[in-house]
Design a protein around this ligand. Structure first.
Ligand code: F6R
Length: 606
């Protein structure tokens, strides 16, 4: 989960590399670097920290090269510092890398025995040294192929060669890489977002592909070394996604966009005139599906949890869920009547992609719920259901979570109706209620000022807990994850009814606890669980939904009500105050909200 960019042009590339790196910063931001060619010399600038710092350093040097590569790093091997920052260069080549070379220690030892010296602690430098050695014996393309053959693990690479000064070589295995086409200039980038300001014509590399990018020509080779042609895609324009508008952060903008992104998603799948869901070309006979297995990571996994609750409530299908990094290595019972659903905003998450590949290898039915429709997961699934929420730039996932939940809810409703698990009347009523959701989300955003007032208590706490039961439990998990990742305080999501089996020990005087107690069938039970923590000193923020009757529970510290809707749709509304809580707690601490520490938008390493 680093970001890479390469540009070969007829004019100096420095400023475009810097602005692309700024866009790629969501993928990693602990160090940055750039290399360009000028006067037969590789100019390299690297630093620990952000692209803004790199830009400052570059402004004091004159990097006039018309071909160059750049990198933003999310450290895996070796601490973030200048030496470990990419590019890693030898006298002949300069390499930027996204991924992990799993056998780097073994390769390094072999190369050291041959007399090669290593400057950094990174796995990437092994590629540089290996390629430098192979170039002594082989022509360029063969040398690259021979180098890649030796690597275990994942990579997206952009490589400059001292003796081919208008060329950038790209290669992909397990980490995303795209080629962009311009006028007398061509590009390589980790994603289309980095390339979008320079071109809207792109091709994606598949695993095993190598590309040779020159300013007026691009060639592709597949894993067997055969020259191949690639489809050129035209990217759609949606400039608004890339601007913060009146908001201070992308995260806040994306939270406030949710009523409209939910509307777009509903409009894609729900008939405007009739109360009907349209999922066209669904490739399988629903009656034949015995089990659904949902797989994801982080926030996307919480959407899987939500899906399980809904599918179990609405359908007679067996449902299991798995965290992708667990699923990919455990023994799974593959069955031809299983449907595997992969949820991923980026569509590039390495663990989720590996889980998908495993299912494909076992000839399973695969469906992905993604935001990035050109992503690896989308392109490799049998069927995709996009979430239609536009680009999500803030590293912490917000509007994509709402989109993922919407698509799984819509799918659950459709499956339930087609399998006759619910009546036509219920089906239509649920769709009618769903159509009102965007407005309810909009009204629920009004709780922001109340949340803002209390966020500092969570920001300054030693730890906190988020409790919920039933449909509210996955949301409690998601609320805790948001607070952890943005505010760096311990936060634990827990089923409220499970507290008495141990975790009540964590409750001490003044600890802030969020209790999600919507007025659903668990309401009374959750309030009792809430009293258990209050009586042990917890400061409870109770989040419920508006209702005619007052909550009679005593000693609640603060209470916030979201709008009123059906039990099934309440999870959407409960999500908003929790997103805002994390945002304002992080703001209170002065943390970088769009780029929280140790996290990247697209986790393309294991
Ligand atoms: C949390 C967050 C991560 C991602 C996870 C999966 O805010 O953003 O937990 O949800 O890395 O990412 P995708 O959905 O791209 O597969």
């Amino acid at each position: 989960m680093c970001g890479i960019i390469g540009i070969t042009s007829e004019k100096p590339v420095l400023s475009n590399i810097i602005s692309s790196l700024k866009k790629l910063e969501y993928r990693g931001y602990d160090s940055a670097g750039i290399a360009t060619f000028s006067d037969n010399f590789i100019d390299e600038v690297k630093c620990e920290g952000r692209v803004a710092k790199l830009e400052k350093i570059c402004s004091k040097k004159s990097l006039k090269g018309i071909v160059g590569i750049g990198h933003v790093r999310w450290a895996t091997h070796g601490i973030p510092n200048e030496t470990n920052a990419h590019p890693h260069s030898s006298e002949n080549v300069s390499v930027v890398h996204n991924g992990i070379i799993e056998n780097s220690t073994i390769l390094k030892k072999v190369l050291e025995k041959k007399g090669y010296k290593f400057k950094s602690q990174t796995d990437t430098e092994v590629i540089t040294v290996l390629l430098t050695e192979n170039l002594k014996k082989h022509k360029l393309l063969i040398a690259v192929q021979k180098t890649l053959e030796k690597l275990h693990g994942s990579y997206a690479l952009a490589i400059l060669f001292k003796n081919n000064q208008d060329l950038i070589v790209g290669a992909r295995r397990g980490s995303p890489l795209a080629v962009g086409y311009g006028h007398h200039e061509n590009f390589l980038g980790s994603d289309s977002y980095a390339l979008k300001s320079m071109t809207n014509k792109i091709s994606y590399l598949d695993d095993g592909d190598i590309c040779m990018v020159k300013k007026d020509q691009v060639e592709f080779y597949n894993s067997k070394g055969k020259k191949i042609n690639k489809k050129i895609l035209t990217l759609s324009e949606n400039i608004d996604d890339y601007e913060k508008g009146d908001f201070q952060t992308f995260m806040q903008k994306e939270i406030f966009e949710q009523p409209s992104t939910a509307k777009s998603c509903i409009n894609e799948y729900v008939d405007n005139l009739r109360d009907e869901i349209n999922i066209y070309n669904f490739p399988w006979e629903l009656k034949s599906i015995e089990s659904i297995i949902l797989i994801g990571c982080g926030t996307a996994y919480h959407a899987c949890m939500m899906a399980k609750y809904w599918l179990e409530e609405l359908t007679s299908i067996n449902v299991t869920i798995d965290i992708a990094s667990e699923f990919r290595y455990k023994k799974n019972k593959f069955n031809k009547n299983n449907l595997y659903i992969f949820i991923s905003q980026s569509g590039e998450t390495a663990d989720t992609f590996a889980a998908l590949e495993l299912c494909k290898k076992n000839k399973m039915k695969t469906l992905s719920i993604v935001n990035a429709v050109e992503s690896s997961i989308a392109r490799n699934s049998d069927f995709i259901l996009p979430i239609h929420c536009g680009s999500e730039i803030g590293v912490a996932s917000t509007k994509a979570f709402i989109g993922q939940m919407l698509v799984v809810y819509i799918l659950a409703l459709k499956i339930s109706y087609l399998r006759k698990d619910i009546s036509k009347k219920d089906y239509e009523l649920k769709i009618k209620t769903l159509k009102k959701l965007p407005n309810l989300l909009k009204n629920t955003l009004n709780v922001e000022s109340e949340i803002e007032e209390i966020a500092s208590v969570f920001a300054n706490a030693k730890g906190s807990m988020f409790l919920g039961r039933g449909f509210a439990y996955p949301i409690a998990m998601e609320g805790a994850l948001k607070l952890k990742e943005l505010c760096y305080v311990h936060a634990e999501g827990y089923p409220a009814g499970e507290m008495k089996h141990g975790p009540l020990a964590l409750i001490e005087d003044g600890i802030p606890v969020v209790v999600l107690a919507p007025r659903d069938k668990y309401y009374e039970k959750t309030l009792s669980n809430m009293q258990e923590v209050i009586s042990r000193g917890a400061k409870v923020l109770l989040i419920s939904n508006k209702s005619k009757d007052e909550i009679s529970s005593e000693n609640v510290w603060k209470k916030i009500d979201v709008e009123k809707t059906s039990d099934e749709l309440l999870p959407f509304l409960l999500t908003l105050p929790l997103q805002m809580l994390a945002l304002h707690a992080a703001k209170n601490k002065g943390y970088d909200i769009d780029k929280p520490r140790n996290l990247a938008k697209s986790v393309t390493v294991e």
